[in-house]
Design a protein around this ligand. Sequence first.
Ligand code: BGC
Length: 790
Amino acid sequence: MRIRIKPVQFYSSVRFWAVVLPLFWVSAALAQSSDSTAVPNAQLAGKALNARVEALLKQMTLEEKIGQMVQYSAGFATGPVGSKISYDELVAKGAAGSLLNVIGAEQTNHFQHIAMEKSRLHIPLLFGDDVIHGDRTTFPVPLGLAASWDPKMVAGVAHTAAIEARADGIQWVFSPMVDIARDARWGRIVESSGEDPYLGSALARGWVEGYQQGDLSKPDSVAVSVKHFAAYGAAIAGRDYNATDMSDITLRQVYLPPYHAAVDAGAATLMSSFNSINGVPATADPYTLTQILRKEWHFDGFVVSDWGAVAELLNHSIGPDGATVARKALEAGVDMDMEGDLYGTTIAAQVRSGQIPEKVVDEAVRRILRVKFALGLFEHPYAPVTPSSEPSAANRAQARAVAAETIVLLKNDPMEGVGALLPIAKSVRAVALIGPLADSAQDMLGSWGAQGDAKFVISLRQALSERLGDHLLYAPGCGVLSGEDEKILLEGKPAPDDAASIAEAVETAKKADVAILALGESADWMTGEATSRTRLGLPGNQEQLLEAVAATGKPVILVLFTGRPAEIKWAGAHIPAIVEAWFPGMEGGHAVADVLFGEVNPSAKLTVSFPRAVGQEPLYYAQLPTGRPAHGDLSRMPANGPEKYMSRYIDEENSALFPFGWGLSYTRFSYGQPTVSKAEVGLPEVAAGRGPGLTVGVDVRNSGSVAGTEVVQLYLRNTSASVEQPVRELKGFARVTLAPGESKHVEFPLGFDELSFINVESKPVVEPTTYKVWVGGSSLATAETSFIVK
Ligand code: BGC
């Protein structure tokens, strides 16, 4: 039977509001997005600049146009097969618009002279390189930099890198990588900012602003390439280059925000990714490359493919031949083919046969030329003479201060009869430094070390011996496992017999007051591209070494040098002090020592969850709710064995060993009761995106005895939405420095950006609901309040 609702009844009925309210939210959301038609990079949209682009375009032959869309690696290879072509000839013909992996004034100027003097139209080359966390001065790896929760500091790193890159003839960096990474098995998690879209977006803005300086024509700025577009970090099972598959809601709510933030910050270029997204390879995906990037975000720069990714479309089986897949990539929105060798060889014929409209080529060329003009390359094509390769003292000092801000104190439990081991007490005389990463300069550089040179690295051993002289004892204990040991991992063979060197390390520990174990991964071989792992424990015999030294009863401090969350369950339970130092860069040894001896009070916080067991991966704090939460209200569960029928593992807890946002200090911070500026806020006020709808305030106090910096974090939960929302989401953070006893009031504005979510129509909306709010020093924050959106 159908029930008819009379008009009056209807207007006041739930069904009326169910129909009308969503329309209102959608239109509010649309109003919000149509507000943002302003171009994200005004320089690229400039009239004078575009007139120059058009004038040049008119003079170009089809071959010259396509030449601009071709990029080759004319130096070392950073992908499977390096091309073997005469680059001099190619450049002279105008058949390459960009080169990568050519470093230094001498080499870049060699090619630039050919382009400027021999090519018909004298269009300068654009030189790109993987400057990822510094060029000559190596800073910590990006995952470490993210742990600072300090976008300003990250911008400073990017700026220094830009200055050094320019001196090396590079005007374009393949950075930042803003892929959300929630699976520690994925080796490239080290290049990311971690698992969270809100923090990831803030850091993405910092990177772009630091590199580009708001003006590409400045001699100290470089163009960025925001990568890898899109959702590369969600490769299934954490296996590099694997497919990704996710709902549009997840794509837009979790994975896209950092790219969008980077575009809004003025990013000049993006790099398309290797993965497919829901069955469409990202390098030929009109939905992400055109619909979202161009139409919704109004991006004016250009898109370069990742290395060989256009040619790899053949392996993705989306076309029978190179010509077809190249056409698909171009028409989807990839403007430049990096090392694919397909644009240069297949596009011209397809334009001539009418399969590809020439205006598609024109548009790609336009986008590329815009960036070249904006960079001022036509006026200043050449690099000045490259200065000495040694990083300056000022840059080294910056690297040291930055690295100290990235080191996370994971644990510092008092040891019976000794107290907390960190900072190392003045009374400590002899220190035993043990472990394969204690003196490995190369590993400190991390993956993508750019022009960083191991001979300028300060290892932990060097730094500690500067402080302790003869009071430092050293024993490597065992190896990390190197590339030659691949069989050990693949075939599950035992690691080499390190019994003798472990025994020696144990004897060394016995002679000291405290043992520092420097353990972790091989930066080159186990972290970064193509280094996915199925086991996340300490490789080789390092766990054995750790347990053997701990068995001496000497106080043990574990310092981890890793590019991902390590599985350290035993250490978590048995080692009193644990520090995550990532790969801390050139000044890493000094920075770690600064923290260990308390000259720097650690303030970094994890941006990735450390699992208890690899089987929990992908592990992240912002989980969606489940109907059977393991730590839910047990009284609402059926009486007969509620603990069985819950969303959990039978052999491990759900929670992280060390969660997102976690990081200790040498002081203590206490939180007051958070307050809201309004207990209720009207939907129109928030939905129209007119400034903050309300603010949440909290008092934070340093209740310990030394000065320290706390990363105050605000988490929200939308308790009732048309699409289920995560159990917690970061929506605000602030670094606050406090003297002992000092308090500060911190306020977080919350508006449309913080309160909206993506609805079933793929639109950002705010709906009436109650938000729970937590403020604290990690994603476990307990100080709670709430507010209502009416
Ligand atoms: C990587 C990119 C990098 C490019 C150029 C690729 O293999 O995925 O991140 O920028 O090579 O070196």
